[in-house]
Ligand binder design. Structure first.
Ligand code: AMP
Length: 473
């Protein structure tokens, strides 16, 4: 952390007080570098990734210059995924909680369109959203950016990787020329440079050392054939030898994520797949189950893993190497965060030579392959996920709250507090993690409880994503 205090900045007292109440004492390096030019109204390119404090950097820049009496949209934050947009909106609301009446609206694809139009009709100061949906609102005229002062492109590199260039261009074209543009990106490839040249005026570069300390990630490379049986056996050996509690496995294709998941489930691992073809509700359910520790392996494509709001994982395994070195660094950065030790294992075959060369050039050293764990590893039992997820058919719309569920589960002669994990309340249902050995008891306890004089219905989610998650939206 830099030694610079927030009080050295020209910020409204409401914002300074709130920063203090949030427990932020010093600025993070990206904040120390980017906030002074942001507050001076300059265009800024911040090379920073999730966890660096970048959201507060642009968030404070936005909030400092809002005119709350004007209910037209004054700031727009474009994010590559709905998860990131939700995170950013939450962070902005938290930063604005001492500034009365600031309205932050989230507009993302995969969500019903009409309610968004009516929310826009009520006015908003800040809009956070994904490019496709924002572009649609602009086309239909429900969103007007004529009064925009600040445009933020968050995770610009991912937005481009996900093919949003056209939408971003269309959106920028609808904003006033005199706006301030802030671009945040973990990497700074050529395509980002050319966007910056197109949409920014004399930008200030705020660049900080990579926040993930590569020393805390141990990388291992294993030479296996190109065929699936050899890779699947390597996966089993690694998972059974190291028994990580949470593992993210990367594949390069959707179908591969499904076949690897099926094979792992057949062997007794609890695994789910995450890829671009999932309905939003299936994706949400998958992420809830992985992050609440009731599924221990997530098999994902790069696109699906963008902007994932999950804590650090114990291990990342590249079932197939990524097609370029940058994606590789991104993938392995999911482990070893926040000071924890991480393990990154990569399986490679003869066809991966060019990526390996790029990785060697990047890392400045030769990649040496290691022997896989011995077959003895297969004798050790498969690690079970510590938790299991129940789906309770009550949600926000029924005014059901986490406290109600916790109360029902942990009453007298019921579960202990530490047998209940994360609770995620959705519109019409709630996910609750319970210790896997207490599932039957938890279902029995809930079966005897009522809510507003109706029985509480709950199910255990099994390995596949529940088919009705999509049907019930
Ligand atoms: P971000 O990179 O924006 O996702 O932020 C990562 C986390 O750091 C968030 O949980 C923020 O609340 C927190 N954070 C941001 N700025 C500071 C700060 N100056 N001091 C302590 N925590 C911070």
């Amino acid at each position: 952390m830099s030694a610079t205090k927030f009080s050295s900045l020209k910020l409204q007292p409401e914002l300074l007080n709130n920063i203090e109440s949030l427990g932020y004492v010093k600025m993070t390096p990206i904040q120390a570098q980017s906030l002074p030019p942001i507050l001076a109204g300059k265009d800024v390119i911040g090379q920073a990734k999730t966890g660096s404090g970048k959201t507060a950097a642009f968030g404070l820049g936005i909030l400092e210059q809002l005119n709350v009496r004007n209910t037209r949209v004054q700031a727009l934050v474009l994010c590559p995924t709905r998860e990131l947009a939700d995170q950013v909106s939450k962070a902005l609301r938290r930063l604005a909680r001492m500034c009365p009446n600031v309205k932050v609206l989230t507009l993302c694809g995969g969500m019903p369109y009409r309610p968004q139009v009516s929310s826009l009709g009520h006015g908003a100061h800040v809009v956070v959203g994904t490019p496709g949906r924002i572009a649609k609102h602009l086309r239909t005229g429900s969103l007007n950016l004529g009064s925009l002062r600040v445009l933020v492109l968050d995770e610009g590199d991912r937005m481009l990787e996900m093919g949003f260039q056209e939408e971003v261009d269309a959106i920028v074209a609808k904003t006033p020329e005199g706006r301030q543009t802030l671009l945040f990106s973990a990497t700074y490839p050529r395509a980002i440079q050319s966007i910056a040249e197109k949409v920014m005026v004399d930008p200030v570069m705020a660049q900080v050392e990579s926040t993930h300390d590569s020393g805390s990630i141990r990388q291992h490379f294993y030479k296996v054939g190109d065929d699936d049986p050899a890779r699947l056996m390597a996966l089993r050996l690694l998972l059974q030898e190291h028994r990580p509690e949470s593992t993210l496995i990367f594949c390069n294709r959707k179908l591969e994520t499904q076949s690897v998941r099926d094979e792992l489930n057949r062997l007794g691992f609890s695994a789910l797949a995450l890829h671009g073809d999932l309905e939003q509700s299936e994706r949400d359910e998958t992420l809830v189950r992985f992050s609440n520790k009731s599924v221990s392996v997530l098999v994902a494509t790069d696109v699906a893993a963008r902007g994932l709001d999950i804590d650090t994982v114990d291990a990342v395994i590249n079932y197939r190497l990524s097609r370029d070195a940058e994606t590789h660094v991104h993938r392995i950065g999911r482990t070893g965060r926040a000071g924890s030790k991480g393990m990154a294992c990569s399986l490679y075959g003869p066809r991966d030579r060019s990526v390996l060369d790029a990785l060697e050039a990047n890392g400045g050293s030769e990649i040496r392959d290691e022997p896989l764990p011995s077959k003895k590893a297969l004798d050790s039992p498969i690690a079970r996920a510590p938790m299991a997820t129940l789906n309770v058919r009550l949600g926000k719309r029924q005014k059901f709250r986490a406290g109600n569920l916790l109360g029902a589960l942990t009453g007298e002669n019921s579960l202990k507090g530490d047998q209940v994990g994360k609770i995620n309340i959705c519109d019409n249902w709630t996910y609750v993690a319970v210790a896997s050995e207490s599932v039957d008891f938890a279902l029995k306890v809930l079966g005897n409880e009522t809510w507003k004089e109706r029985p509480i219905k709950a199910w255990l989610l099994k390995d596949a994503v529940s088919p009705w998650a999509a049907a019930l939206r």
